[in-house]
Design a protein around this ligand. Sequence first.
Ligand code: A4P
Ligand code: MG
Length: 175
Amino acid sequence: MSSQSAAQAAIALGANLGDCQATLEAALAALDASPGVRVLARSRWYRSAPVGPPQPDYVNGCALLAVTLEPEALLERLLATERRFGRVRGERWAPRHLDLDLLLMGDQCLASPRLTLPHPRLRERAFVLVPLAEIAPAWIDPISGRSVAHLAAALRDEGGLAALEDEQALAALEP
Ligand code: A4P
Ligand code: MG
C-alpha cells in the first residue's frame, strides 16, 4: 500500500471520567481535523458496565476512518489524541478520560512491540463489537475469518450495554 492511498481503519473509543460523551465527540473532531485522517462514520454511544477491576461505567463507541497514514503513524496519532484529552490534573490512579484503540486496518495483520492488528481483544468485547457492527457489519476479521456482525451476534446477549440515546428517550417518558 502506498502511504498516499487511503485505507480504512476502525477505532474504538472509550471514557469513564469527566463528560465522557463530550470528550469522545471532541476527540473525533480533533482526529478529523488532523492531517491524513478523515472520519467516515461513527456508531451511537453506549453506556457499558466496566470489564475488569471495579471502576465507573464507560461510554464506548466506534468510528470508521479513511487514512493516508501507515498503521504505526495512525497509532501515534491516536496516542497523541489520548494525551491531549486524557490529562488528569493533580489526580492519581484516576480512571481514563479517553482510550483510543486501533481495531482493524484493511485486512492487515501485524504484531510489533508497539502495535498488534487486529486489536488482540477485538473478538472478546461486546462494548467494541456491538457499536462496530452498526458501522461495519461486513468487515471480515482477518484472524477468525468471521464478519464483525457474526462476532457481535455471539456476544450481544452478554448485557451491560445500553445506547445513550435509548436511555435518554426512556428518561423523557418518566413522569
Ligand atoms: N497497542 C498495541 N496494539 C494496539 C492497538 N491495536 N490499539 C499498544 C491500541 N494500542 C495498541 O495501550 C497500551 C499500549 O498498547 C499502547 O501504548 C500501544 O503501543 P493503552 O491504551 O495505553 O493501555 P490500556 O488501555 O491500559 O490497555 P488496553 O489493553 O487498551 O486496555 P483495555 O484492554 O482496552 O482496557 N470496560 C468497558 N466497559 N469499556 C472499556 O472501554 N476499557 C478498559 C481498558 C477496561 N474495561 C473497560 C474498557
Ligand atoms: Mg487502549
